[in-house]
Write a protein of this length. Structure first.
Length: 599
């Protein structure tokens, strides 16, 4: 199989952080493989800088440790294990989960990294400086390759001067005629509430509504997902799903409470505005994340339910990932996947072990169904493979094998497919774009420290768990690491991997791409002490890419906007939505759940 080129020059020491991407398919080292043959390993590059301790990324997300770093807590309070192949069975020795807070399961009693769940996220710089490095030489002969390494896991820069935890006192929304709807995460209101729009200046956006979070255990709880329809904004938190009218924040339907905590959710919704969430089978240390429930986002009606069975030996549902492609729900277990008809809950197919001991280990949904498999773990031909599956049948449309030493970490985009991979031995990274037939289209050759905000994904790789990496048919848009406080967005051609243009943040704060809307790039600029955040648009074509302000959020509540424990963001229907992805469980102040801005 032809292989995509990689980026990032080796570090002087092994990195302590990274995306944890598995190695590409084995191929003759240093010798470019012929087309359709095993790809070659990237050439050795000079080192650029020294690794540092993993910092917290923008939006309160912890930055991810390196591909072969020590175990870290996962995004859904499930156990993480060290290394890409440190799973039971073919990925290592079986591990027995312990009670939450104990080794092998859940979050550790003491945070092991800056910004760890349970502690306020701290600001820090991107530890790995450098440039791109080639990962696959055969399919892209003649491509310019630059050496270097980048910390692309969570990336981004947080100003250490800025507040990093929720503000004290728990400001509550107003119950006045101003459409700031009172209410906590359970949809109820409180007394002595404050009008968040009081003192709003001309030209500033309006707080449409604000919600406090429900109580969470002392060791924290997950708040995965945020789904916006024409009618409702839906948010998961701990054991509940909450729905609010998009315009005024009034409860759209009664909160849905599950017997146990929510442990996974499909980031995509169906064409009929339905999602699937997973919750735990119990509260014991042996409980699994295997209960599925379909939900209608507009009505709150519950649809089908199912229980995901374990796979073969060591192929468990301790932690799962959910993705939707068309009418197919893909459930990723630790070493396989099972597909359901998302409309009926009927099982469609299994994606199990295949070929040279290749075990599916991560899935990405959306416009296409992508799977990453770890092959020959621990063997001489250890490598990763990427496939596109037919969502109706599970049949592979194409297969691409990475060289040995490369680990696929993230899919920055599914359509077009853009894959980020790392090589621990060479301390390098690679970003490759693929054609519709699974061939390498280009490799990013830009000497830059890119910094999308990514969640944790080692034990179960959340391929699409990065905010700030956006692509259209011909261009990839990535944020750089901030210099001082401001950063830039770089537009990179998917035809040749070269820089097309770059634009600096309009404020002295970081700017993060969100989506493409009507041919323009929509980005979010973080708030500062004396100014709220901004939503801006950038023209993608032509020569003028200066950010145009769509919303200027009010300065009066910049501390609230900036004080979410961790952040998910969205721009839909002319409104900007902000919600937390993790509850700290702190009793010192009322935690935030969700905030909506508009004109």
């Amino acid at each position: 199989m032809t292989q995509p080129p990689g980026f990032g020059a080796p570090q002087d020491q092994p990195p302590q952080g990274g995306f944890g991407a598995p190695p590409p398919p084995a191929g003759p080292p240093q010798t470019p493989p012929p087309p359709q043959g095993p790809p070659s390993t990237p050439p050795q590059q000079p080192g650029y800088g020294y690794p540092q301790q993993p910092p917290a990324g923008p939006y309160g997300q912890p930055q991810q440790p390196g591909p072969y770093a020590q175990p870290q807590p996962g995004p859904y309070a499930q156990p993480q294990q060290s290394g890409p192949y440190a799973q039971p069975g073919p990925y290592g020795q079986p591990q027995q989960p312990g009670p939450y807070g104990q080794p092998g399961h859940g979050y550790p009693p003491q945070p092991q990294f800056p910004g760890a769940p349970g502690t306020p996220p701290s600001g820090s710089r991107n530890p790995f400086k450098g440039k791109p490095a080639l990962a696959i030489a055969a399919a892209v002969a003649g491509l310019l390759v630059v050496g270097g390494t980048v910390w692309a896991v969570a990336g981004g820069d947080e100003d250490p001067k800025k507040p990093v935890a929720q503000e004290s006192g728990g400001t509550k929304p107003s119950a006045s005629d101003d459409p700031v709807n009172p209410g906590y995460g359970d949809g109820g209101g409180g007394e002595e509430q404050t009008d968040l729009n009081e003192g709003r200046k001309a030209g500033e956006s309006k707080v449409l509504w604000y919600k406090d979070a429900p109580d969470a255990p002392g060791n924290g709880a997950d708040a995965p997902g945020m789904w916006i329809t024409d009618k409702t904004a839906v948010k998961a938190a701990y054991k509940q799903l909450f729905a609010y009218n998009v315009a005024d924040g009034k409860p759209a339907w009664e909160p849905i409470t599950f017997d146990q905590k929510i442990c996974a959710a499909s980031s995509q919704k169906t064409a009929a505005d339905k999602i699937v969430v997973a919750y735990m089978s119990g509260s014991s240390d042996r409980a699994e994340c295997n209960k599925l429930q379909e939900i209608d986002l507009n009505t709150g009606a519950k649809g089908w339910t199912a229980e995901v069975a374990d796979g073969d030996l060591f192929d468990s549902t301790l932690q799962i990932e959910l993705s939707i492609t068309g009418k197919t729900l893909m459930v990723g277990r630790s070493m396989s996947g099972v597909a359901y008809d998302v409309e009926t809950g009927k099982k469609l197919f299994d994606k199990a072990k295949y070929g040279n001991a290749c075990f599916p280990s991560a899935f990405a949904g959306g416009p296409k169904l992508i799977v990453v498999s770890s092959c020959d773990a621990g063997g001489d031909k250890e490598h990763d493979e990427v496939q596109e599956l037919d969502p109706a049948t599970g049949k592979a449309k194409w297969t691409f094998a990475y060289d040995k030493g490369w680990r696929v970490a993230r899919a920055y985009s599914v359509d077009p497919l853009v894959v980020y991979a790392t090589n621990e031995d060479k301390d390098t990274w690679n970003i490759a774009a693929f054609t519709a037939s699974g061939k390498v289209r280009s490799q990013v050759g830009v000497d830059e420290d890119f910094a999308p905000a990514c969640d944790w994904a080692i034990f179960a790789r959340d391929l699409t768990g990065c905010t700030g990496a956006v692509a259209d048919a011909d261009t990839l848009y990535l944020p750089t690491e901030a210099t001082g406080s401001a950063n830039e967005i770089v537009a990179i051609s998917l035809a040749n991997g070269k820089e097309k243009w770059r634009v600096k943040s309009p404020a002295d704060e970081s700017m993060l791409p969100m989506k493409i809307e009507n041919g323009k790039l929509i980005a979010y600029v973080e708030p500062s002490y004396d100014a709220g955040g901004q939503v801006v648009s950038l023209t993608t074509g032509g020569s003028d890419h200066k950010p145009v302000k769509l919303l200027q959020n009010p300065a009066g509540i910049a501390d609230i906007e900036d004080g979410f424990y961790s952040k998910a963001i969205d721009w839909t229907g002319g409104r900007f939505y902000l919600s937390t992805t993790r509850l700290s469980g702190s009793d010192e102040s009322q935690e935030k759940l969700m905030l909506a801005y508009g004109k």
